[in-house]
Design a protein around this ligand. Structure first.
Ligand SMILES: [Zn+2]
Ligand SMILES: [Zn+2]
Length: 367
């Protein structure tokens, strides 16, 4: 089953020319789950190869404006298109309150809208996976979400099955489904005789805004992918502490302690471009990437190579080759460079420190 993450917005608090506000689309088989919906998310979807599909579910991590302001516009667009597919929005306590205000903005909808408040510790169960809400530390009502697949059956030992005299056909399927069978001749065969040990499913964790917290570490144990914020670099650790955000270093230390396979850092303050954040994190945890908008993380099973960053993997065809000039986003035709964020950002060609001068940092407060 295919599982991936599409990064639609990777900036924290305010957008930049290159990075939109929080929005990550999780795709699993034919399912589409949007996590956070910052301002501009519907247009990011339109620009992407995904398109503005009729998302059935949206999960919000918390109610700072950079994580939900895209919702009223998107809900309105769906209504103008005459959408009939119902939509469910999940979020931490406070969701009903928020919609008390938002409803006045988006007005009547053409489809059914359901709101579900999730306390940390609650989960949404699906046929073969679940979405767990877990506590984070951001100073407001907030959830992180862990998408956890059920264990997969072990490998089927064909040789052993033949040796036991099991004829190919429906009996194989029943054994794989965990059912004992009787082979012609009357011998009983238990599934464990032909199946290897169960193999774990995949786990993808989206922590949302938080400082590096024990509860996030707990929820991220052995995750295939941890998407964690890194609003600041370590030189701003006091700011990070005050505003309950993480630094690249603290997120990397958490990823290391949790034993995750791949760390994806996002929600960068507009004073950073990416490379400095990825460099800092990799000194602690080498398996770190800083996705740009429209990058994809393909969450392959471990035996198929594990998770990997696909740079520009979700860029819409109409975006490619569009003349943007020197500072535009016409750089996405570049080959992957190892997930270093914005290595081609013209502003970094000179003096990355100097490039910050005059940029107002708008990451104030605990947004
Ligand atoms: Zn935020
Ligand atoms: Zn926030």
């Amino acid at each position: 089953m295919d599982l991936d993450l599409v990064f639609l917005g990777t900036s924290g608090s305010v957008p930049t020319a290159k990075r939109g506000l929080a929005g990550t689309l999780l795709r699993r088989g034919g399912e589409r789950i949007l996590v956070d919906c910052g301002e501009g998310t519907q247009r990011q979807l339109l620009r992407s190869s995904v398109g503005l599909v009729e998302l059935p579910e949206i999960f919000l991590t918390h109610y700072h404006a950079d994580h939900y302001l895209g919702l009223p516009g998107m809900l309105k667009t769906f209504a103008l298109r005459g959408r009939e597919v119902p939509l469910t929005v999940y979020g931490p306590p406070g969701l009903n309150n928020l919609f008390g205000i938002l409803r006045r903005v988006f007005g009547r909808l053409s489809y059914e809208l359901t709101l579900v408040e999730l306390q940390p510790g609650e989960s949404v169960a699906r046929e073969d996976y679940r979405i767990e809400a877990f506590a984070v530390e951001h100073g407001v009502s907030a959830n992180g979400y862990a998408v956890v697949e059920e264990a997969r059956p072990g490998r089927f030992d064909l040789e052993e099955a033949k040796r036991l005299g099991i004829p190919e056909g429906p009996l194989f399927g029943r054994l794989q489904g965990g059912e004992p069978v009787e082979v012609p001749g009357g011998t009983a065969v238990k599934p464990e005789q032909v199946l290897g040990p169960a193999r774990p499913g995949r786990k993808v964790v989206l922590a949302g805004d938080t400082r590096a917290a024990g509860s996030v570490l707990e929820a991220s144990k052995d995750a295939d992918v941890l998407v964690h914020e890194a609003t600041f670099s370590v030189e701003e650790r006091e700011r990070a502490e005050e505003t309950l955000h993480a630094t690249a270093t603290s997120a990397a230390e958490l990823a290391l302690a949790a034993g995750v396979r791949l760390l994806a850092l996002t929600h960068l303050s507009n004073r950073y471009f990416g490379p400095e954040i990825v460099r800092e994190a990799r000194t602690v945890f080498p398996e770190t990437v800083v996705p740009k908008d429209f990058d994809i993380i393909d969450v392959r099973f471990p035996e198929r190579g594990g998770p990997r960053l696909v740079k520009g993997g979700a860029l819409g065809r109409h975006e490619e080759g569009e003349p943007h000039g020197k500072d535009g986003s016409g750089d996405h035709g570049e080959r992957p460079r190892g997930g270093g964020g914005d290595p081609d950002d013209p502003a970094l060609r000179g003096d990355p420190v100097g490039a910050r001068v005059g940029r107002r940092d708008a990451s104030d407060g605990a947004r």
